[in-house]
Design a protein around this ligand. Structure first.
Ligand code: PSU
Ligand code: MN
Length: 327
């Protein structure tokens, strides 16, 4: 570094929106190499310490093993980070009272200099700002049970309808109303793809009783679908549902009993709003004696591997198209 003229990567590291893109992510984006965005509410609210930090490091390694640069997204002291250093990850995983950030919270958190994990909705927003098209998470939020009365419908669903990022998840947790979640997504024009499955996966379980209408069997078919949607100017995201690996599956009927018990406790203790999902997750962890956490880690890793393969396919297609138009 001679300090006089900043490299292109340095310039890309500070975009006009207040986000800081790490050097390796900026370089990958600039040279059109595959990048996968990763969310951070799973670190701050989804898993206990230290498993949260171990998982965050592990999925970054999985992403690199799949030939894609990981871009973990979070807020630290009012700075939106796209791509985090080892030290920043550690700070986030240990943050004393991190916010759980969705679209509604981002501006406030930025203004107040707060730290927090980004949910699927906020991660999609930041990924799109940075120019990242593929994002891996565990499960998305959805329509809660009795959501038709409480109107507790995750901001994730509307974000999928408006922001053009492909989200790879293991379906939605059975703590939600799965058929209403599917109906809502359909109404809002969000395609739900089943990866090598005809059934909606239910997070800890490979299969739920509900079907998905669009099945894909290869990462290439997903990239082709993304490209076709882009050509049509449809906007909005794509939801890829990827079943948990068979070795870690907890059957749907078994989980249904555990989920029912956790929901009853949440009701008794009058847990509401943003606190509902973290409360249920931690109760389910205790009720399954840790099995749900092992499953959670396995499914996130599985989603990251698929997201990396999709990102590779997307960049291959973009390069092929460029060559085609140059010829
Ligand atoms: N699934 C998990 N762990 C999580 C979440 C989902 O296994 O921590 C998080 C995601 O960040 C998702 C959010 O976007 O929960 C949804 O929260 P809500 O239902 O409050 O919108
Ligand atoms: Mn909610």
């Amino acid at each position: 570094m001679n300090g006089s003229s900043p490299s292109l990567a340095d310039k890309a590291a500070t975009l006009t929106p207040p986000i800081t893109v790490s050097r390796d992510v900026a370089e990958a984006l600039q040279s059109q190499r595959p990048v996968v965005a990763l969310e951070s509410t799973i670190i701050t609210h989804g898993m206990p310490f230290p498993q949260n930090l171990e998982m965050a490091r592990q999925v970054e390694a999985d992403c690199r093993a799949g030939n894609a640069v990981p871009a973990t997204i979070a807020l630290l002291d009012g700075e939106i980070l796209v791509g985090m250093s080892a030290e920043q990850l550690e700070r986030l995983a240990n943050a004393p009272s991190p916010m759980k950030l969705s679209r509604a919270d981002l501006g406030f958190a930025l203004a107040m200099g707060r730290s927090g994990g980004t949910t699927v909705s906020a991660t999609m927003i930041c990924a799109a700002l940075a120019g990242i098209a593929v994002f891996a998470t565990g499960g998305i939020g959805g329509v809660h049970r009795d959501g038709q009365d409480s109107l507790d419908i995750s901001a994730d669903l509307d974000e999928l309808a408006r922001t053009a990022v492909t989200v790879v998840c293991a379906g939605a947790k059975a703590i939600l109303d799965l058929p209403r979640t599917l109906e809502y997504l359909e109404t809002r024009g969000v395609p739900v793809l089943g990866y090598q499955t005809d059934h909606l996966p239910a997070f800890w379980s490979r299969e739920s009783p509900w079907r998905v209408s669009m099945r894909v069997d290869t990462p290439g078919q997903i990239a082709a679908t993304m490209q076709a949607r882009q050509r049509l100017g449809l906007g909005g995201g794509v939801l890829v549902t990827n079943p948990i690996p068979a070795a870690d599956d907890i059957p749907y009927d078994l989980m249904a009993v555990v989920v029912e018990e956790a929901l009853q406790e949440a009701k008794l203790q009058r847990v509401e709003g943003k606190a509902v999902t973290p409360f249920l997750l931690s109760r389910i962890l205790t009720l399954t004696e840790g099995r749900s956490l092992t499953a959670n880690i396995a499914l996130v890793r599985n989603n990251v591997r698929l997201a990396a393969a999709i990102a590779n396919s997307v960049t291959e297609r973009a390069l092929a198209e460029k060559k085609g138009s140059a010829a």
